[in-house]
Design a protein around this ligand. Structure first.
Ligand SMILES: [Ca+2]
Length: 229
């Protein structure tokens, strides 16, 4: 127990040094940098669909998370493609963070790793908005690594996970940011960053020759980075 306390204390001091955190009155040390994410749908979420906050922490703004094209023969893990390292998945009323990577044809990937719940989350299903917050320390492969200073982010919906060789009983539907779903955001993890839609994401896109149903159509989003405790 003594070791655990000492370790946590060291972790808090280390975090304060790394992020140059301020102190509020009462000497409450700000120890966390938080990433708030919201996606808003045209309709109410489908409880059986997959709503993904997909993050790439490889530090390269040139690549990032993308949707899987509707007619590609290789569907990978059925969720997303491009480059990514983590996602928060909202499915059947539950938010869960996973470490994962896109699949490459012909390569057997390691299984995704469940990392538990995000730091905070809010399922305002009746309003069509899903919100979650990550503590950036949740995005470290090992606890001694620094938190990422840049994240490439896309918000992706998938009505049904279809794996290679499977035939979907209903048409696949998927949305992401931008007209083609592949306009991922490149975000510096600096306190005070705020990104709103500003016309990036619209409504009623066509995916695979069919207009998206309201439950899978992202129409608005916001992202913010802030210090918290
Ligand atoms: Ca849309």
């Amino acid at each position: 127990m003594r070791f655990r306390t000492a370790f946590l204390g060291a972790l808090m001091v280390g975090a304060a040094l790394v992020c140059g955190c301020a102190k509020y009155p009462g000497d409450a040390v700000v120890t966390r940098r938080l990433l708030d994410m919201r996606m808003t749908l045209r309709g109410v979420p489908d409880v059986n669909a997959y709503y993904l906050f997909v993050l790439d922490t490889n530090g390269r703004g040139a690549d990032g998370p993308q949707v899987i094209a509707p007619l590609t023969p290789f569907l990978g893990n059925g969720r997303a493609t491009g480059a990514y390292t983590y996602y928060v998945e909202y499915h059947q009323g539950r938010f869960e963070l996973f470490r994962d990577q896109p699949e490459v044809q012909g390569v057997t990937p390691p299984p995704r790793e469940a990392l538990g719940e995000p730091f905070a989350f809010d399922d305002s299903s009746s309003s069509g908005s899903l919100r979650c917050t990550l503590d950036l320390t949740q995005l470290r492969p090992v606890s001694t690594d620094p938190s990422p200073t840049q994240v490439e982010l896309n918000l992706i919906t998938v009505n049904e996970i279809v794996l290679p060789g499977e035939t979907p009983p209903v048409p696949r539907q998927s949305d992401g940011l931008g007209a083609d779903g592949n306009t991922f955001l490149v975000l510096r993890m600096e306190n005070g960053l705020q990104v709103n839609n500003n016309g990036t994401e619209g409504a009623g896109e066509v995916f695979g020759g069919r207009q998206l149903d309201a439950a899978y159509d992202i129409v608005d989003f916001s992202v913010a980075v802030r210090d918290g405790n």
